[in-house]
Design a protein around this ligand. Structure first.
Ligand code: FAD
Ligand code: NAP
Ligand code: SF4
Length: 673
């Protein structure tokens, strides 16, 4: 595929964008770190070098009150220009363009001084905002304008005004959060004045040769959000006020509908941008769950938008555009939309990175220079840890031989990719397979690493990445063929009509999803997915919501999900995705049990003790998802050999292991070996 539309330039009149790809705004955490701007400069410059047409920075507040949290970044003073110049100069030298995103969090500010149009607390915030006085509203507009002026002085090519996701401007736009009766509230015309005054003020201050993007909430996905007519009227008014491009915002942060998680179908919301394209004559940018050039090209070729904004795909692969130019999308390290190393980090106030690319946001710290003396290295196991190590070590020039006892690469990640809603995980397996070919890594499938193998070949070092095996429970009746490990269940063992899942961690919850949706993944069927979540393409209600359709599974099953802990089921899942899994469990009427003690399994079912009472769950199948243990015992003989050994991933420590840790460990070892 040639990606004709994706790679064609866009003429904005006063400037040209080299293609249709925007790297969307992401707060990385580097904005607040010591020496963070130097690291940010390298992070952005690598993406610019690889031909991203336009980069948008993470959100920067125009004043103190608008900061996302007390410690987060703000641009209000001329002394701050210097550090922003580090970024803009690096991007320009790399041949790119960059806009600063101005974001006032309003009632989403995670501090007690937050301000909003009305004193209405968000369900996702512990703080009740102060209602802004009229003079504060005017001052905030001036702060936006000043911030844009400083951005221009810092060398940015433009700004993106954050008007969506439920932040301050969005709060002014909607009755849900704006119950004022002064010049800034009441009628639609008055509610949009805040946004329009900001844009007009910026345009007047910065002149005509400066990009102004407005991120417009085209689909609020909350009750009392904007109506479709209001979205259209605002877009037209914004154009008249002087914006250059309108970007698509989908869903407020408090909306209980997933908008970017891996279970969201690809390009699930481009229809909204397309709807607006029929109404306004200004270039529109679309976004959300577009992660591969084929998808982006299709969206543009269909005329749904003029540009594509992708954020996380540029954490996953800085060379995304270059690979599209070379028609090598098979080499792209695809963002699997897991949120694990990016957004979940941000919510924990940690630096963002990427599960599939641990170098993201570590560009100045994690590198793989060529070695002067190549080593002959054996790698045991081609799971995420072994695959990552092998590719990065091969990049450095080492000779890598990988022994994998099973017929395929991927380890437990293969099982993960079988979960409905996790289809994207297959892309990571494809990526590593291609990298193995590219770097001519000697992959020996169906070959366990044994003493005999080691004796036959000459290796300088051995990297053990033999991973984990499912934990077995030593209980009466658990040797029955009706008691399955999660591995057996996912590989096709017969599952009965009444099932007990032991262990409600990530895999236990995935297992419930597998049982109900393995024949009919909603993620692969956009219309059903929209109906399931209650999203109305016809936009009959403000906010775009409708009553979710109860889509019954073709598999009528009773499923129990059990854990020993008394805490909430799924409490330890990622902040940005745990609630989605819990919504699925609820929808499928999974019966959850906490504080359980397991006793035995027999023809009556699973015997448990709960609250001091013995109960029998009349199930015909038990699936054990009770965590894993390290696979180290199988290679105990290695302790006796005289060769440098390294243990990475699950074999090193099974507790709380996930692919993020496994891949990062592999990369870090490769950087140091
Ligand atoms: P493994 O994946 O266990 O790989 C070890 C490899 O070594 C295997 O291929 C094995 O065959 C091979 N091997 C073992 N012994 C030998 C030997 N002697 N010789 C040769 N080869 C050998 N993680 C996440 O981060 N996010 C998720 O959403 C997620 N979802 C999951 C869903 C499911 C259903 C499952 C099962 C797991 C999920 N995980 C997830 C966990 C993730 O897959 C694991 O943490 C990760 O695969 C561990 O990587 P590893 O390389 O350490 O080990
Ligand atoms: P996990 O999340 O640690 O859950 C293990 C479950 O087993 C817990 O519910 C635990 O609960 C139970 N358990 C532990 N020891 C037990 C024992 N001896 N007897 C009975 N029950 C026991 O691990 P996992 O589900 O196996 O997942 C493995 C890794 O993959 C995790 O790190 C996870 O984060 C990752 N993963 C992530 C996702 C995701 O969507 N992000 C999805 C799947 C997997 P009790 O101790 O309360 O019984
Ligand atoms: Fe994408 Fe996951 Fe990487 Fe975030 S951590 S950029 S969601 S692959």
């Amino acid at each position: 595929m040639t990606f004709k539309h994706l790679l064609s330039p866009l003429d904005l009149g006063f400037t040209q964008l080299k293609n249709r790809v925007i790297m969307g705004s992401m707060h990385t955490g580097l904005e607040e770190e010591k020496q963070g701007f130097e690291k940010l400069a390298q992070f952005y410059a690598e993406r610019a070098q690889a031909d991203v047409a336009l980069i948008v920075t993470g959100g920067i507040s125009p004043n103190f009150q608008g900061r996302l949290a007390f410690h987060t970044a703000q641009l209000s003073f001329s002394w701050q220009i210097k550090k922003h110049r580090i970024v803009t100069e690096a991007v320009h030298q790399a041949g790119g363009k960059i806009c600063l995103q101005i974001l006032h969090a309003g009632r989403y500010s995670y501090h007690p001084l937050s301000g909003a149009p009305s004193r209405i607390q968000a369900i996702i915030s512990p703080f009740k905002p102060f209602k802004m006085f009229g003079w504060q509203v005017k001052k905030t507009i001036q702060d936006f304008v000043r911030c844009a002026e400083l951005a221009a002085l810092s060398g940015y090519d433009g700004v993106e005004v954050m008007g969506s996701e439920g932040y301050l401007i969005n709060q002014f736009l909607c009755q849900k959060t704006n119950q004022r009766q002064d010049a800034w509230g009441g009628s639609f015309e008055r509610r949009i004045q805040f946004a329009l005054e900001i844009v007009k003020g910026i345009r007047k201050r910065v002149g005509t040769d400066f990009i102004i993007i407005f991120r417009l909430s085209m689909l609020d996905l909350v009750e009392k959000g904007s109506s479709w007519k209001e979205v259209v009227d605002l877009a037209k008014a914004l154009k008249d006020a002087g914006v250059t491009l309108i970007n698509t915002g989908i869903g407020w942060h408090e909306a209980r509908i997933p908008t970017i998680a891996t279970s969201v179908p690809r390009a699930a919301f481009t229809w909204v941008t397309q709807k607006l394209k029929q109404e306004v004559d200004i270039p529109l940018i679309t976004s959300n769950r577009i992660n591969m050039p084929e998808v982006a090209e299709h969206v543009l070729a269909e005329g749904q938008a003029d540009m594509i904004s992708m954020a996380r795909p540029f954490l996953a692969d800085e060379q995304w555009v270059k690979k599209a130019q070379q028609q090598r999308s098979d080499l792209i390290n695809t963002c699997i939309a897991c949120n694990q190393a990016c957004l979940d980090h941000t919510f924990k106030m940690e630096r963002a990175s990427c599960l599939v690319n641990p170098r993201a946001c570590y560009e100045t710290e994690l590198n793989f220079p060529q070695v002067s003396e190549a080593k002959n290295i054996a790698v045991v196991g081609a799971g995420p840890a072994g695959m990552a190590f092998s590719v990065y070590a091969a990049c450095r020039g080492h000779h890598i031989t990988v022994f994998e006892k099973s017929p395929q690469m991927g380890g437990q990640f293969n099982l993960a990719s079988r979960i409905p809603g996790k289809e994207e995980f297959k892309e990571t397996l494809r990526y590593f397979a291609q990298q193995f070919k590219l770097h001519q890594i000697d992959l020996r499938l169906n070959q366990a690493f044994t003493q005999e193998v080691l004796a036959q070949e000459q290796f300088d070092e051995v990297v053990v990445a033999s991973g984990v095996i499912p934990r077995k429970l030593d209980l009466e009746g658990f040797e029955s063929p009706h008691v399955l490990s999660y591995q057996e269940a996912l590989m096709g063992a017969e599952i009965g009509e009444r099932v007990a899942i032991i262990g409600a961690g990530g895999i236990g919850i995935d297992m419930a999803q597998f049982i109900f949706e393995s024949q009919e993944s909603l993620t692969l069927d956009l219309e059903r997915w929209l109906a399931w979540w209650g999203i109305d393409k016809n936009y009959r209600q403000p906010g775009g919501l409708c009553t979710p359709e109860s889509i019954s599974s073709s598999q009528v099953r009773e499923v129990h999900l059990l854990q020993r802990k008394t805490s909430k089921i799924g409490q330890f899942l990622g902040k940005t995705t745990g609630w989605i899994h819990r919504a699925h469990l609820k929808h499928h009427q999974v019966i959850t049990h906490q504080g359980v003690h397991y006793l035995k399994f027999d023809e009556q079912g699973l015997h448990i003790e709960k609250n001091g009472q013995v109960e029998v769950l009349a199930v015909d199948t038990v699936i054990v998802c009770a965590g894993q243990v390290s696979n180290r015992h199988a290679l105990k003989w290695l302790d006796e050999v005289d060769i440098p050994l390294h243990f990475i991933g699950g074999v090193e420590l099974a507790l709380e292991l996930d692919a993020e840790r496994a891949i990062r460990q592999g990369a870090e070892l490769a950087a140091s070996i």
